[in-house]
Structures are given as structure tokens and as C-alpha cells.
Ligand binder design. Structure first.
Ligand SMILES: [Zn+2]
Length: 230
């Protein structure tokens, strides 16, 4: 599948790239690109054609399918809890001079958009979500989604994932739409209780292991609303 640009609404686009997506939010004086995909799309060129505002990157987390074009941008923001993982996993796109910190509770104020940073570890140590309280929308990274959630190998932590999902269940009255990096988009907060229950069942050994769809050193555990690669 070739890359696809989808205009969601004024000042908001999503880029579909072989199973992963990035988001572009245009503000009054600058624009925010959430994640940069595998690196197979010319994202820098694509965003420059959509907006004349300077673009900075915010990474929901730094698995390789979210950082592919990081090197092309002069400002890349992430939670510092993610930086060790980022540097180790992404030496080919890491540039020290472009790396900046965002913290839990920071407000990324673009004028039209106003996103609050939530630290939501589990999938990776410094995974974040972005909540626009006024627009009642949540950018959820890989953590809230209805596809395959990778919970095996370096950096994953199931107790942290469960703690994050408990937090998000409590917050679920604060947003109407959830914009994940993979699988169905958008989804609604109605998925959160199922993810929480599924993660708890996984931890308790109650889910049945199946062979994963690709050759991966893990098993696939389906719950009611998604699947865990664990
Ligand atoms: Zn991903």
C-alpha cells in the first residue's frame, strides 16, 4: 500500500503508511507532526506542501515505525523517560541537537489546538498521549488501539501498561474520540475497559497463546477488543 494523505478536517491531516499513521496539526504560527512513520514516505516534503508553518515533531514513543523521518526535522520532542530507548533503538535517525523534552502536564499550545501531554508507559518507558480537552480528542500512540499491541522484548512492561489503562479508564469521560497509530481510526474510549481487562487477563495467564501473524519471538493473545504480542 502506498502512502496516503487524508484530510480529517481543517488544520488536521493523517498520513497512512503500511499499517502505521502519523498526524499533522496546523496551528496559528507552527504545526505539530505526531510521529514520523517507517521512513518510506517523504514526510518532510509532504507536510511542507500542506502547511507553510514551521513543523516540529512530537513522538508518542520511539519504536522504529514512529521515528523513520525524525532526522529530517530540526525539532523533535519526546518524554525524557523515552530517550534512552530512543538513542539505543534509533541510532540512524537520532540527532542530539534536535532532541527536546516534553513533560507530563505540558501544554502544547498551537492556538487552534491545545494538547496536554500525558505520560502513559507500558508499551515503551516514555510513551505519551496527547489530550485536547476542548476538542475532546486523544492521540493514543500504540497504547489504546484495536490491533496488535506489542508487549514483548526490550522496554515493554505489562504492570505499567495496566497502570496506564487504569488511569485512562478514569479519564475516559474527558474525550470522545481516540486517534491511535495503528488499526481502526478513530475509535472511542469505549475500548478502554476491554483493554484493561485483557491486559489483566494476560498477566494472570488467562488468555490462550496463538501463533503470531508474522515471524516474531512472541505469542499472540487475543482479548475481546484487541490482541497482545507477548
Ligand atoms: Zn507502532
Amino acid at each position: 500500500m502506498a502512502g496516503q494523505i487524508i484530510k480529517v478536517q481543517d488544520h488536521f491531516w493523517r498520513f497512512e503508511e503500511d499499517g502505521v499513521r502519523s498526524f499533522l496539526f496546523e496551528g496559528e504560527t507552527r504545526a505539530m507532526l505526531v510521529d514520523t512513520g517507517f521512513g518510506t514516505l517523504p514526510l518532510k516534503k509532504m507536510v511542507t506542501e500542506l502547511t507553510d508553518k514551521p513543523v516540529f515533531v512530537v513522538n508518542t514513543h520511539t519504536d522504529g515505525d514512529h521515528t523513520g523521518c525524525n532526522r529530517d526535522f530540526d525539532a523533535v520532542y519526546m518524554h525524557p523517560a523515552e530517550m534512552d530507548y530512543y538513542v539505543r533503538k534509533n541510532p540512524q535517525v537520532y540527532r542530539r541537537e534536535s532532541l527536546h523534552a516534553i513533560w507530563e502536564g505540558d501544554i502544547i499550545d498551537l492556538g487552534y489546538w491545545k494538547f496536554e501531554v500525558l505520560l502513559t508507559p507500558g508499551h515503551t518507558p516514555g510513551s505519551i498521549m496527547l489530550l485536547d480537552r476542548e476538542k475532546r480528542m486523544l492521540i493514543s500512540g500504540d497504547t489504546i488501539q484495536d490491533g496488535n499491541i506489542f508487549m514483548f522484548s526490550d522496554g515493554r512492561n505489562l504492570p505499567a501498561f495496566i497502570a496506564t489503562m487504569e488511569r485512562m479508564a478514569k479519564m475516559s469521560g474527558e474525550f470522545d474520540t481516540v486517534w491511535p497509530s495503528h488499526s481502526t481510526c478513530p475509535i472511542t474510549p469505549a475500548i478502554i475497559p476491554g483493554l484493561l481487562a485483557g491486559a489483566k487477563d494476560l498477566e494472570a495467564g488467562k488468555l490462550t497463546p496463538q501463533e503470531p501473524p508474522w515471524e516474531m519471538p512472541c505469542k499472540l493473545y487475543r482479548c475481546d477488543v484487541a490482541a497482545f504480542c507477548y
